[in-house]
Design a binder for this molecule. Sequence first.
Ligand code: ASP
Length: 316
Amino acid sequence: MAQIGLAVHGGAGTIPAQTLRPEVADALHEGLRAALAAGLLVLKAGGPALDAVCAAVMVLEDDSQFNSAHGAVFTAAGRMEMDAALMEGHGRRAGAVAGICGPRNPILAARAVMEASGNVLLIGQAAEEFARAEGLVFMDEAYFSTPSRRAALALELARRASGAPDTRSDADRHGTVGAVARDQAGHLAAGTSTGGLTAKRPGRVGDTPVFGAGTFAEDASCAVSATGTGEVFIRFTAASEIAARVKYAGQSLEQAAFEVIAELASEGGDGGLIAIGAHGPAVMPFNCAGMYRGCIGADGSLLTAIHNEPFRVRKP
Ligand code: ASP
């Protein structure tokens, strides 16, 4: 029986350490722990990594602190266009959606694409119609929208109109949620869900639903969920690059993941990722100020962190 493993992230768009109020930090840690706990419950019961990833991502999607589903950022046109992807390492089944707004949990729309469409990626209105036909729960646009995301959009549109330099914090620019897991059978899975970038061009799709860029899973190498400047993660096929280095170059997952994230930084790709391999703990490198993240420790503890501080540890 394989040792179970799980990691989650709430995006590399973190509030700067200097302005992060303690009660806000506590709530962020709580959100990450809730996601870990949901995934862990599945894995401990012997459930598949795929179910654990969905359970964890759904908790983060429902939490408006993170940029996905409830609390997603707005496009420049004041709409929300969400991307999500899910991939299984065993057999490499995959499903994704892009540019949707409607399903309460976009990760379930990605799962429906994987399980019931015969395709891998559906976009926009047709993806929404497919999700509706599959019986997914839908919400009004108002459910997804939050005052802080609206304020971030207004600020960015005003800045663009004035031509002032971009001094926004990462938290006002972007974010994503994701999870990777290894189940008792040793199978891996990865899932990612995002609203993308604040004030993005309508129709813009990031790395999240692009397999091999922001999401990837393969039992023989690793499962990866990324966050950051999507365009760069796509151009450098970040996730599959890590998998290839593990598989063909004999690198450890840690070495491959940290090296790729460092290389992306030099190409203007700010962000990070979580990854898990066939054995050993998850790795969670990032090349920016922080990444909301968490994983389970060897004793089942829930470990969470935001910037470079030591993990907060919640004993089992
Ligand atoms: N990677 C996401 C995107 O480009 C954004 C993020 O993770 O911050 O859509």
